[in-house]
Design a protein around this ligand. Structure first.
Ligand code: PRX
Length: 654
């Protein structure tokens, strides 16, 4: 976030309490919320132990709540056994078997509805198919799919048999998919011929074939869903159509009870090195926080239609599409395509058509849709909406107010939820029937989540509005367990800074005089582009893998839709391009990064320079590069620059 937006947030004084009407029907009443805070404060472990017993069906009950013997590798409910899929599906059959679990709409307008019974049957049948392909507990299965019900079916089927899934976002390239398959040592890949997005067919199977052409020796089988009828090549002995894979299997599959600590999934996310980290989540602890946060924050009632617009390729699509709301017995809506097809009213037309009551999306989507003007949402009946949410990045007050007035008709509380791939579930958020909201603040930590803001020495910052590091001081059930295959990196990244005492999130924040938390952005070299995390080093490594590029430095700059845009300074082998050559090379490099990582990583701006600004000791002066990328006046000392003459080139003037 830039200084101007911090400044504007600092002056944000408006406060919006929930309406009496909302409070009276809220699932978590203010008094109950207060009791939860008090209970957690009195005995943190007993609090989580009680909730785990109450909310989860255990095959074998646990006796040990928290095992800190290998801290900071904490373990929760270790001697308990459970099955996550059972807890999301079978558990509802007696009471809600005929209730819709998933309402689906494809980009082309096709619709499907699956009841809890139908979903349980489909998951069981596909779980049987996976077992028939030799998948068993602990095996890794990579899922590279469009946003269709089969993706949730595949995830839940893995959970049913104890296989560990790793979903790779369908917008990632073949090479990103390959890296993730190799790192996880996956045995089976589930993909589709293609999916519909933005008016095009995204050819997933073709990308999967490209990924598998090199080094993915552990993959034995590829299951391919026919979604787009787009014609793909199938490799004999390796590839099998989804419909053939499930053929002949019954819809009965006994859920496999696993240890509470058994990994439920890996999800790769960017860090400050070039290599994404495989964040490993557990079964018991993860499920507990995913379910509870769905109930507390989204106020799920039996007649709600809950739509979280996130793709299952991101953690939000795990916790608030595939697991949390299903564990809570809710009806979820899934939409396959882009928000702008056929026009900027698509989200609102879906809300109207399906009677969506709770809508959860990213600020970047709100900003993009806001640009189409108020007339578009005004054409739709949004009166069923009663609660709105945001996730992924700080929301600017202007977008918050638009969301509140134009989409929420001034009656819907807005929950601004802060969390991370690593935290597994929402950590900081208003409780909608309790917490008055302020535009741009995610307000306060949830009960049982011990968030603080500390200074360089690890001491809590005391004066209001003083910035510091966001830390979580006590372990919580859905915390990441490790980085797959690299526990040292886990400890180094999240714990070492304060001698293993606190979990360090990598974000900075401050508290106002009411104790409300305001997020101020990342403190590491991680960008937040359209609510998605991207390491600057990842983009740099992709750029230097191109023949013409010798060196590059990537920084973020404020972008009015994406939140943060990508600015790449590039040093070429040989001469800088001139005339028409320059835009051609820019286009080539953007395409190249798209191929190496995925379209979201394409730099918005590329500037060629003869060198990068370095101090005499050889450190790249990133702060200077950020200043230039923002178009701000250079105020920092440039006298230590090795070559001051390049300033003009960096500014695009030389
Ligand atoms: O910087 C914070 C930002 O997104 C990061 C986590 O990214 P990721 O693991 O991809 O998960 C995104 C969805 C949970 C955080 O470190 N972030 C997330 N939510 C918010 C946020 N920043 C401000 N306000 C939020 N509500």
């Amino acid at each position: 976030m830039n200084d101007k937006s911090i400044e504007s947030l600092l002056h944000e004084q408006r406060k919006f309490p929930p309406s009496d009407e909302f409070i009276s029907a809220a699932r978590l009443q203010p008094s109950a919320a207060e009791a939860l805070y008090a209970e957690a404060a009195a005995d943190h472990e007993a609090f989580w132990g009680r909730l785990a017993q109450q909310e989860i069906h255990w095959e074998t009950p646990f006796t040990d709540i928290l095992d800190a013997s290998d801290a900071p590798n904490y373990r929760w409910f270790t001697d308990g056994h459970l099955n996550v899929s059972y807890n999301c599906l079978d558990i509802h059959l007696a009471e809600r078997g005929d209730k819709a679990a998933i309402i689906f709409e494809g980009e082309g307008g096709d619709q499907r509805r699956l009841t809890y019974r139908e979903l349980t049957d489909a998951v069981s049948q596909f779980a049987n198919a996976l077992q028939a392909q030799g998948v068993s507990a602990g095996d890794r299965v990579v899922i590279y799919m469009p946003m269709v019900p089969e993706t949730v079916i595949a995830m839940q089927a893995c959970a049913r048999i104890g296989a560990i899934h790793s979903v790779v976002f369908g917008g990632f390239s073949a090479s990103s998919l390959r890296d993730r398959i190799i790192d996880a040592g996956a045995k089976l890949l589930i993909t589709a011929d293609g999916g519909f997005r933005g008016g095009h067919v995204i050819e997933l199977k073709a990308a999967a074939d490209e990924a598998l052409a090199e080094g993915c020796d552990t993959i034995e089988t590829v299951i391919v869903l026919n979604r787009a009828d787009c014609g793909v090549s199938m490799q004999d002995g390796r590839d099998i159509w989804w419909s053939d894979a499930i053929g002949g299997h019954t819809a009965i599959c006994e859920p496999v009870a696993v240890d509470a600590e058994h990994p439920l999934f890996l999800l790769y996310t960017s860090g400050s090195t070039g290599k994404p980290k495989g964040i490993q989540h557990s079964s018991g602890g993860y499920l507990l926080n995913a379910k509870l946060s769905s109930q507390w924050i989204f106020d799920l009632h039996d007649d709600d239609i809950f739509w979280c617009t996130a793709d299952v390729g991101w953690v939000t699509g795990h916790s608030y599409v595939a697991y949390g709301p299903l564990a809570a017995g809710a009806t979820i809506l899934m939409y396959e395509g882009a928000p702008t097809v056929p026009d900027g009213g698509r989200f609102w037309s879906i809300c109207q058509r399906h009677g969506v009551t709770i809508f959860y999306t990213a600020p970047t989507a709100i900003r993009a849709l806001m640009k189409f003007g108020d007339d578009i949402p005004a054409q739709y009946d949004l009166s069923k909406l009663r609660l709105l949410g945001t996730v992924g990045e700080p929301i600017n007050p202007e977008a918050w107010m638009w969301y509140h007035e134009v989409i929420g008709g001034q009656r819907c509380p807005i929950v601004d939820t802060w969390w991370q791939t690593e935290t597994g579930a929402i950590m900081i958020s208003p409780l909608p029937g309790t917490t008055p909201t302020k535009p741009g603040s995610c307000t306060k930590a949830l009960p049982g989540i011990d968030v603080d803001i500390v200074d360089e020495a690890g001491e809590p910052v005391t004066s209001p509005n003083e910035g510091g590091y966001i830390v979580i001081k006590k372990p919580w059930p859905s915390m990441l367990r490790t980085i797959w295959g690299d526990n040292d990196r886990y400890i180094e990244t999240y714990w070492e800074k304060f001698q293993n005492r606190y979990y360090v999130a990598g974000d900075s924040a401050h508290r106002d005089t009411d104790g409300y938390i305001w997020m101020m952005g990342r403190i590491d070299d991680v960008l937040n582009v359209s609510g998605h995390r991207l390491g600057t080093m990842e983009v740099e490594s992709a750029l230097v893998a191109h023949d013409r590029v010798v060196e590059s430095a990537v920084v973020g700059f404020p972008h009015d839709v994406k939140g943060e845009g990508i600015f790449a300074y590039v040093v070429l082998r040989g001469e800088r391009p001139s005339g028409d050559e320059e835009p051609a090379l820019v286009a080539e490099l953007r395409g190249w990064v798209g191929q190496e990582i995925g379209a979201i990583a394409k730099p918005d701006q590329i500037r060629f320079t003869e060198n990068l600004p370095k101090t005499r000791s050889g450190k790249i002066m990133r702060r200077l590069l950020r200043t230039i990328a923002r178009g701000d006046e250079i105020t920092q000392d440039t006298s230590t620059l090795e070559n001051e003459a390049i300033l003009d080139q960096l500014r695009g003037k030389g």
